[in-house]
Design a binder for this molecule. Structure first.
Ligand code: 26V
Length: 816
């Protein structure tokens, strides 16, 4: 059977049941008759952990003996999701475990629900890191992820009167058996202090010290004995030192939040796409970078030689966005100050080792740190950044644009202040580009924009440096594990194991027209929708019918993602139905899931407005259940796993040029949803793969967006001309939806009408509405709908993260 091979552990349900009972009693001190799903979850996790640990040791041994280059993935976020079920799948013992737990009297599904999501990421960037870990392991690459073991991950979201309320998510509080403390590998990190010269050498002294304790999380691959490690650092006070006792001068944070050693790994910053610019965030970045580099250098020395001059043969470091960019300076510092490598050679080695992935073009998301802050926290690194910048400007930029001071100013890693006296800012993206041998964007369109719009001068200087690696998702979690019924149907239908080679799904295209296959495919979707309907009932107390179109938008809330456009269209649909209750339209359920950054006013307003519209629509009997709207609270990986297999329509409607890639778009199509989307990010490549007839593309292209902006665009004109838009926006603004706070939705209305509608919601509205008409027409032709859905799923081969990782291997990491 597909999914089984000789790398699977030989265990049957009897072995598993016995091990579970042993761990219950001997590791947890729980008697069999006291055990509920939570206790079983912990015991079963310990059983799987035992297998993982055994394999980690074997993997490490093989690696030490091997010659391969090791990949280190540095990321402040890893959104791994629940691990037990995924591990069971990857190890190929899911079925046997189901049997074992049935014997013990508690269904496995109930047990799996007891795991809390490790919420160690914001969104796409963190989830991508997790998919990449899965793929590197599945492909037997020696790889290690480095990150932070936050005590509080992304906040938990609930709604009060429709408004978002944030509470801390102490995800490890009720035990996290996957993380194993490795005290032997702890590190010491220095902060603050100053640099003095001793005998011609720079010495960083009078520093404060923090301890970094590693927690190792095993990463299993599919169909392989390889188990890699995700090493997450936790900060502790180092003996004899405590940042608490330091002078108060550094607490420049207006809320005078104290920075203590333990504080560093306390909380994940929740601002997706907008840096908070806080000292603690910089310290988080440096803390985990310093621990990770020290750790990997120690390993290199253990396994190779004492000298680091050939380290690039064995080590590749990938920077997940600029968040770990300070690593460039730290690596240089170690080479120069601790290993006595001269500057020019140190820079060469650094460039061979590092590569940088850009995940956003949003100007406000590009990280810059005040030079003064870096000087205070990391004085030696600031000096080194100056040295890198000097060399870069005066020998490399000078060689291409001799005597061009204007160009030097434009490209300087340290930005000139706009006004004299203002703080100079350090551009972390420039540092990353200058310190790397390759820079990549995450979808073809995005990479082109990185070359042409974001870093045109760098692209001119180094035409080979900026490349594309299109994102992908792991088919293990995002099909096999989350949609087992569809996985089984595919296994029955096509040859070979698509879990390891997703292009094999292509063979399913031959069945897209087959009525019997369509029927089974549709039945599975219907089943998944019934399950989701139960979740919706539980979380939102709304009844939805699995016969309606399930139209889904799940992703962080951001104006560029345009949940507000979806909302305006829903409001319009509702009004059309009120005008004509017998309108011949298919019943629709609009499903949202999204967290807004706590400080992002307009985003929070959009959530509030969606919830208020939902309440109104869902309680209006006049429209005869033709329209329902639900906003599922606390969107996270484990919810996505329930929503995506049940989706008919996938909303990917960002303003063209703003969504770097998107990865949800791939997950939906893989599970047979049809995309309504703009020509943005990876949507462009999805359209190429599925064909224009199998996707609902609408709206302005990147070129048209900039043309329109150039021409001068007034959203009021559209408002004035469109009766429908006018009526829904006036309704939003009337106070009718929120009588106790009539001005509640003003910030949204202002963004759309008075502040220039930066994300062109108004400009794209009509095309979007028309696309939804096409969707409704298509739904009325089931043979066509299911043919399209099957074709989508069958065409997703390219979007496996295995393919992405192979691309990285070839184009960036120089693996054969
Ligand atoms: C930026 C910042 C700024 C500092 C504060 C914390 C924070 C956290 C995350 C980010 C990164 C935003 C960039 C991001 O997540 N990009 C997304 O990356 C996905 C994977 O490549 C891609 O599919 C999405 O299109 C892109 O928005």
């Amino acid at each position: 059977k597909a999914g089984q091979n000789d790398t699977m552990p030989v265990v049957d349900s009897e072995d598993i049941a016995q091990s579970v009972v042993r761990h219950l009693q001997q590791s947890l001190g729980v008697e069999l008759d006291e055990a509920g799903p939570a206790e079983y979850w912990e015991a079963l996790s310990l059983v799987v952990r035992e297998i993982d640990l055994q394999r980690i040791r074997a993997t490490r041994k093989k690696e030490r003996e091997g010659k391969a280059r090791r990949i280190y993935y540095l990321s402040l976020e890893f959104l791994v999701g629940r691990l037990l079920g995924n591990n069971l799948h990857n190890l190929g013992i899911f079925k046997e475990t189901e049997k074992a737990m049935a014997k013990l009297g508690t269904p496995l599904v109930d047990i799996l629900e007891n795991e809390s999501d490790p919420s160690l990421g914001n969104g796409g960037l963190g989830r991508l890191a997790a998919c990449f870990m899965d793929s590197m392991t599945t492909l037997d690459m020696p790889a290690m992820g480095y990150g932070i073991n936050y005590r509080f991950g992304l906040f938990r979201q609930s709604f009060a009167g429709g408004k978002q309320v944030e509470t801390p998510d102490g995800w490890r509080e009720d035990s996290f058996p996957w993380g194993i403390e490795r005290a032997k590998r702890k590190q010491h990190v220095k902060l603050y202090g100053l640099v003095r010269e001793h005998a011609g050498k720079a010495v960083w002294e009078d520093t404060q010290e923090v301890l970094g304790m590693p927690w190792d999380v095993p990463v299993t691959g599919y169909g392989t004995g390889t188990v890699n490690t995700l090493r997450l650092w936790e900060s502790r006070a180092a003996h004899g030192f405590d940042l608490n006792s330091f002078d108060a001068g550094r607490y420049q944070d207006s809320r005078s939040q104290e920075i203590s050693a333990e504080n560093i790994s306390q909380v994940l910053y929740p601002n997706d796409n907008h840096p908070a610019g806080k000292e603690l965030r910089l310290i988080q970045q440096y803390f985990f970078v310093a621990c990770s580099l020290a750790d990997l250098i120690e390993r290199y020395k253990r396994e190779n030689s004492e000298s680091l001059k050939n380290i690039a043969d064995k080590v590749a470091i990938q920077l997940n966005d600029t968040h770990p960019a300070i690593a460039v300076a730290e690596f240089m510092r170690v080479l120069m100050d601790e290993e006595n490598v001269v500057f020019s050679r140190a820079l060469e080695v650094t460039r061979e080792v590092f590569a940088y992935t850009n995940h956003t073009l949003l100007p406000e998301a590009l990280e810059e740190w005040p030079q003064q802050l870096i000087t205070k926290v990391l004085p030696r690194h600031m000096q080194i950044i100056h040295m890198i910048n000097y060399h870069f400007l005066h020998s490399e930029v000078e060689a291409v644009w001799p005597g061009d001071d204007h160009m030097k100013r434009r490209l300087s890693i340290i930005e000139e202040p706009d006004r004299p006296g203002d703080d100079q800012m350090v551009r972390m993206a420039f540092l990353s580009v200058v310190g790397s041998h390759k820079v990549n964007g995450v979808a073809a369109l995005h990479s082109r924009l990185v070359q042409e719009k974001l870093f045109p001068e760098f692209h001119h200087m180094w035409p080979e440096k900026i490349i594309n690696v299109t994102n992908g998702v792991t088919p293990r979690r995002w099909l096999d594990y989350c949609n087992p019924e569809l996985a089984a149907l595919i296994d029955e239908t096509i040859e070979g194991d698509w879990r390891k080679d997703l292009y094999k799904l292509g063979a399913m295209k031959a069945y897209a027209d087959d009525p019997a296959f369509q029927k089974r495919f549709a039945a599975i979707k219907h089943d998944n929708k019934k399950h989701l309907a139960a979740v919706i009932k539980e979380l939102c107390d709304v009844d939805v019918s699995p016969d309606a179109i399930f139209d889904v938008q799940i992703k962080r809330l951001h104006e560029y993602k345009r949940q507000q456009m979806n909302l305006l269209h829903i409001m319009a649909l509702y009004r059309r139905l009120l005008d004509n209750p017998d309108l011949d339209v298919p019943p629709r359920v609009f499903i949202f899931g999204a967290k807004a950054a706590p400080g992002y006013k307009v985003a929070k307003t959009i959530i509030h407005a969606i919830n208020r519209v939902a309440e109104r629509v869902n309680n209006d009997r006049r429209i005869k259940d033709k329209l329902k709207v639900v906003f599922l609270p606390n969107y996270r990986v484990s919810l996505a796993e329930k929503i995506i297999p049940a989706a008919d329509v996938s909303e990917q409607i960002s303003t063209a040029g703003f969504e770097a890639s998107g990865t949800g778009n791939m997950k939906f199509a893989l599970n047979g949803a049809l995309t309504v989307g703009t020509l943005d990010g990876a949507n462009v490549e999805i359209a190429e793969e599925v064909g224009d007839d199998n996707i609902f593309i609408f709206g302005l292209t990147v070129e048209q967006v900039s043309e329109l902006r150039h021409r001068g665009y007034n959203p009021r004109d559209i408002y004035n001309r469109s009766e429908e838009l006018r009526s829904v926006i006036d309704w939003l603004d009337s106070g009718d939806l929120c009588p106790e706070e009539p001005e509640a939705f003003r910030p949204l209305v202002e963004a759309l009408l008075d502040q220039g509608d930066y994300f062109l919601t108004m400009a794209d509205y009509q095309a979007y509405s028309d696309a939804h008409e096409r969707i409704a027409e298509t739904w009325k032709k089931p043979e066509l709908w299911w043919k399209m859905a099957i074709t989508n799923s069958a065409s997703m081969g390219k979007f496996s993260s295995d393919r992405s990782i192979q691309d990285y291997g070839k184009a960036i990491w120089n693996m054969s």
